[in-house]
Design a protein around this ligand. Structure first.
Ligand code: G4P
Length: 526
């Protein structure tokens, strides 16, 4: 028994499960690929990129994904590096991201925020950051494309604080910039990492006393050394000191500068990250906090991926392991369904192919074959009735009225809506005044997936009519007066009969908040 506990503890200790959050084009695919190369999970540079761009050949890849060459649903990549086992939760980089992207973040213990040095904090980064910040998970920042002309590091730090409301502490600092970039100074280790050769193909690492060390002057030249000293003196006096506790609470983000495509600063980043990032964290449940080292295997479903190929209409439920050891073929309790199920065909998501997993540990993600028995948020446990906290519902930002084209198909239409809502593909609302059905999503792609699946799986052609609303707020009030929500807004109910107001713009929302001081307007369902 003792051996099992030790084994479990050491497997937990070596794991890191994180998501990379960024705006499209910041370099997430490139960074992921470099990380996988370090871990030996892929051998060829270009594999991940090729996957991103290719018309996926495997039969079980979603049809829309094939057509558009983008990742509709997030996937998981696992690799080993210097004694660590790393799980990267991939979030779709395309603008058409979906609620799945947000849900995936709930399975991560930390996040890496990737920022383009020239563009700074962009729209999609802000949204993803906010979901992470709400959970209070540690966030590490990698400022990418340092080989290009960009904004000054001070400028970026200020933007991170102003826009995201988090303090930052640079772990390294660029020496020169853009085409004149010579390298970086590592503030924690007191060393310089300099580009070598015209094509910056190799990197020289040199230990120094501190940033005033004349060795840097020799290597980088007077001009850049003076600038480095000035910047770092200012940082030493006016910047935030490194505070590990604050990092863990998500109050301070360590910032690394580098260039993913040139593989510059990536390895240093990875090594620092592995040292600082938390191992698998406990999760809240009806039985209190469930610790990863609890021997009783448990986990929860955070995503369900439907197969769009009519020949393989299976689904995969993504399970985040919270505690204990998973062994292939084990029988566990499906708490909501109140029955025992055997986990015989679990899939693991490696860098390239799906593999049958024999065993897995807390922090790992496994894919369970789903004949339609799982819902998002379901808890599985080897023993006891552990029910993990419900996953949040995210506020939709795009809305469309949905109707069925052929009224005779109404029954199938309703069935499809019910099942796809249950699965979390879309959120559905009903207007209080006319009982019309409105779909709410966080990304346009969800509408397309919805239309496609309604036709493919339920044989129903639907009509979607976009509506001008941009915000949804769940309203909690003793007395709700629908007549108050007529101008640039509408009152609807969600599937649990909670009242929700949809607003056309921020002004309408602010006015409603001001005019209803006793009501609470919530971004998520109460
Ligand atoms: P994404 O997944 O976040 O959308 O970004 P991706 O890695 O695909 O990178 C977007 C573009 O930025 C790519 O160029 C990529 O090569 C480039 N890039 C990534 N890291 C760096 C960097 O450190 N420096 C510079 N200068 N560029 C970088 P592309 O032209 O769109 O594609 P490709 O022709 O390079 O394949």
């Amino acid at each position: 028994m003792g051996k099992t506990i030790n084994e479990l503890q050491s497997e937990v200790d070596k794991r890191r499960t994180f998501a990379i959050i960024s705006h499209p084009d910041a370099g997430k695919t490139t960074l992921t690929e470099k990380l996988l190369l370090f871990g030996g999970a892929i051998r060829l540079a270009g594999s991940v990129k090729a996957r991103k761009a290719s018309k996926h050949a495997t039969s079980d890849w979603m049809e829309i994904e094939k057509q558009r060459g983008i990742s509709v649903t997030s996937s998981v990549m696992q690799f080993d590096y210097k004694g660590h086992r790393i799980n990267i939760l991939d979030t779709p980089g395309h603008q058409d991201f979906s609620e799945d992207t947000y849900r995936t973040l709930t399975a991560a213990d930390s996040a890496v925020m990737l920022i383009d040095v020239a563009k700074g904090v962009e729209a999609q980064t802000i949204k993803l950051f906010q979901v992470c910040a709400k959970r209070g998970i540690p966030i590490f920042t990698f400022v990418n494309k340092l080989d290009r002309e960009g904004r000054s590091p001070f400028d970026l730090m200020e933007e991170i604080e102003q826009v995201l409301g988090i303090r930052s502490v640079p772990m390294n600092w660029p020496i020169g910039s853009g085409r004149e970039l010579c390298g970086v100074y590592d503030r924690m280790k007191n060393q310089v990492e300099l580009f070598q050769g015209d094509d910056h193909s190799s990197i020289e690492v040199q230990k120094v006393e501190d940033y005033n060390d004349p060795v840097i002057r020799e290597m980088a030249g007077e001009f850049y050394h003076d600038q480095l000293c000035q910047d770092l003196e200012l940082l030493d006096v006016a910047g935030d000191p490194f505070d590990f506790e604050k990092v863990l609470k998500g109050e301070l983000t360590p910032v690394f500068f580098g260039s993913a495509v040139n593989n510059f600063g990536v390895q240093t980043f990875l090594e620092n990250f592995l040292q600082l990032a938390p191992k698998p964290e406990p999760r809240r449940s009806t039985e209190g906090l469930v610790q990863p080292t609890d021997e009783n295997f448990s986990g929860y479903v955070f995503k369900i991926q439907a197969n769009m190929n009519p020949a393989h209409r299976d689904r995969i439920a993504f399970l985040r392991i919270v505690s204990g050891k998973f062994e292939r073929g084990m029988t566990v309790k499906h708490i909501r369904a109140g029955k025992d199920i055997k986990l015989s065909q679990p899939q693991q998501f490696l860098a390239q192919d799906r593999d049958i997993v024999q065993e897995a540990y807390p922090g790992d993600i496994i894919g369970l074959f789903d004949p339609g028995i799982f819902r998002i948020g379901d808890s599985l446990s080897q023993s006891g009735n552990i029910i993990f906290d419900e996953l949040p519902t995210f506020s939709p930002e795009l809305f469309a009225k949905v109707t069925v084209k052929n009224a005779l198909k109404h029954k199938q239409f309703q069935k499809g809506i019910d099942q796809l809502t249950e699965e979390g593909t879309i959120q559905v609302f009903r207007t209080v005044s006319f009982d019309e059905m409105i779909l709410g999503v966080v990304g346009q792609l969800q509408f397309e997936v919805f239309e496609y699946r309604m036709k493919g799986e339920y044989g129903v052609d639907v009509q979607l009519q976009r509506m001008p609303y941009q915000f949804a707020r769940w309203i909690v009030d003793d007395k709700i007066d629908p007549s108050k929500f007529r101008i640039n807004s509408t009152l609807v109910k969600d599937k649990k009969d909670n009242y929700v107001v949809l607003f056309e713009n921020e002004y309408a929302m602010r006015t409603a908040v001001d005019k209803n001081p006793t009501a609470k307007f919530l971004e998520m369902a109460p």
